[in-house]
Design a protein around this ligand. Structure first.
Ligand code: AMP
Length: 538
């Protein structure tokens, strides 16, 4: 039997930072710190401190496979921790601070974090959940001695912890399929469940999602991940940026439009990625300033469907290309990008815009199919929705502790819980979360499609469509909408606006204008909360 003649080089995430430190040593990592000032370092310095962090973790008794909790913004210290934990074979566990205290307590217990590193911002949170989940866990604040807070908790100081450790600490070896990261799902459809990434799945995700039609980073890029490291593995940016030597610009706790615009301008940012709610604020700020950015070329939007007006504002007013992406925590997390495909340039602008609103095509390494309720594949006609299923080297095989039981079907596919269409371009479009679809008289109404049409009204900023209980039809659609300040748009006028765009039976039975839209811990419209509040309001 002939043997392969190539080297067995384990795909470990630490090799990414090693590469950055060796071949992009002088490239900058810029952070707006939690303490306030802008901090600058290089990949070379970050790698040295990550090794100090690894040595400190080892000295603290953290062993291979132990969980290292983080309650932290996107900062250089958080990056050091991810790589430092990985370097001793431990597992970084990002805790989403926007979850409810009860969920956070549950997650910390479920993950059994041995040690938790928290930004100053989150010390009060730790104090709140102390009695529920912190017994026996060591707590470290990601700051220096002069900023250490007064607290009833026993807290260590990160800078003190790593100060005297060696920056030559040798990474511990291990197999590429060893666990390295833990991220819980958002908990919008049940209790949050843990997804355990491996070194291999993270390296592969960084490689394959960083293709030219995807993230597309290169060493001349300046990349600002607004998407937090505690949400869905930060869309792999903490790996794909150093892998290519791109400059990293980390926004810390300040995610408002003005602070982001300042950073984009000052740091010559070429690329940024966030959920749509962030863009709403940023566009308002950009309009106020009335200038275009010097170098911003592309933004990636994902996490929930992108309203058309956001794409139009970026592309037509500010000359920035918008790339719509879809993914989920369970996919490491990216799955599709709506990059242009051959044949699209010949289409009229309205058709091209409708394609941009789709979530796009899977890249190599993501198998995808849509099935009807009988388990048969539905046609790729761009019209017929089905259950969206995926498979690949960066897709979850099981949740932590086997939560939820077996989650792959007989063909090895994972059911995303999304409903979607596929079109002849291979473009996927999410029509709904399975749990959000509105079932009226036995027929399905796509809440996302209804929202997409409604939010095209120039007086609306955000819209949610939910099903409300109805004696005869089971459910009927209701729209909750946030108007631009000063608008006097009425329910009748909005329904008239929708009338030519959707089937008559899709028109909402009720429209309610609300002041603010509730969002989940990961920035999605909180439909569970809206349904609880309005479901029986007819
Ligand atoms: P999370 O794991 O928090 O990223 O949530 C994943 C879910 O967010 C997916 O299963 C989708 O329901 C939704 N989602 C992510 N990206 C998009 C998008 N571009 N358009 C519509 N829904 C999206």
């Amino acid at each position: 039997m002939l043997r392969g003649g190539m080297q067995a080089w384990p795909l470990r995430v630490t090799s990414i930072l090693d590469h950055a430190a060796r071949f992009h040593a002088g490239q900058e990592v810029v952070t707006r710190t939690v303490e306030g000032p802008i901090h600058r370092c290089t990949y070379g310095q970050l790698a040295a401190r990550a090794r100090q962090c690894a040595a400190a973790l080892e000295r603290a008794g953290i062993a291979t496979g132990d969980r290292v909790g983080t309650l932290a913004w996107n900062t250089y210290r958080h990056m050091e921790l991810w790589y430092g934990a990985a370097g001793i074979g431990a597992i970084y566990h990002t805790i989403n601070p926007r979850l409810f205290d009860d969920q956070i307590a549950h997650i910390i217990g479920d993950a059994d974090d041995k040690i938790i590193f928290a930004d100053l911002t989150f010390v009060p949170l730790l104090e709140r959940v102390r009695d529920r989940c912190l017994a026996g866990r060591r707590l470290v604040v990601l700051t220096d001695r002069s900023h250490m807070p007064n607290s009833l908790l026993e807290l260590d100081c990160y800078e003190d912890l790593i100060a005297h450790e060696s920056s030559d600490y040798p990474w511990r070896d291990g197999p590429e399929d060893a666990p390295v990261g833990l991220c819980y799902t958002s908990g919008t459809t049940g209790a949050p469940k843990g997804v355990v990434y491996t070194h291999r799945s993270n390296v592969l995700q960084a490689l394959i999602a960083n293709n030219a039609d995807g993230l597309g980073f290169r060493s001349t890029s300046s990349v600002l991940p607004v998407v937090p490291m505690y949400h869905a593995n930060a869309w792999s940016i903490a790996f794909s940026a150093p892998m290519t030597g791109a400059k990293l610009v980390l926004p810390g706790p300040k995610l408002d439009g003005a602070s982001l615009c300042d950073l984009i301008e000052a740091e010559d940012v070429t690329f940024t990625g966030a959920v749509p709610t962030v863009w709403i604020d940023m566009i308002a700020e950009m309009r106020k300033r009335g200038t275009r950015f010097k170098r911003l070329e592309r933004i990636v939007t994902g996490g929930s469907a992108c309203p058309r007006w956001i794409i139009e504002a970026f592309e037509q007013e500010f000359g920035v290309t918008v790339l719509h992406a879809w993914g989920m925590t369970e996919m490491s997390p990216l799955g599709t990008f709506a990059a242009p495909r051959p044949g699209m340039e010949a289409l009229d602008s309205e058709t091209r815009m409708r394609l941009k609103l789709k979530q796009g095509a899977p890249f190599y390494g993501v198998e995808m199919r849509i099935l009807d309720d009988a388990g048969q594949e539905v046609p790729w006609d761009g019209v017929t929705p089905g259950r969206l299923q995926v498979k690949g080297p960066c897709v979850v095989a099981e949740y932590l502790h086997g939560a939820g039981g077996a989650i792959l079907d007989a063909d090895g596919f994972f059911d995303t819980g999304d409903r979607a269409t596929l079109d002849p371009f291979g473009y996927m479009q999410i029509t709904d979360r399975t749990k959000d679809v509105i079932k009226s008289g036995g027929e399905w109404i796509s809440s996302i499609e209804l929202e997409n049409h409604a939010v095209c009204h120039p007086d609306l900023i955000e819209v949610a469509a939910i099903g409300i209980a109805h004696d005869k039809w089971g459910e009927r659609p209701m729209l909750l909408a946030v108007r631009v300040p000063g608008s006097t748009l009425t329910e009748e006028a909005l329904v008239d606006f929708l009338r030519p765009k959707v089937a008559r039976w899709w028109l909402p039975d009720a429209v309610l204008f609300i002041d603010t839209m509730p969002h989940t811990a990961t920035g999605k419209i909180n439909k569970v909360a809206l349904r609880e509040r309005y479901r029986n309001s007819a």
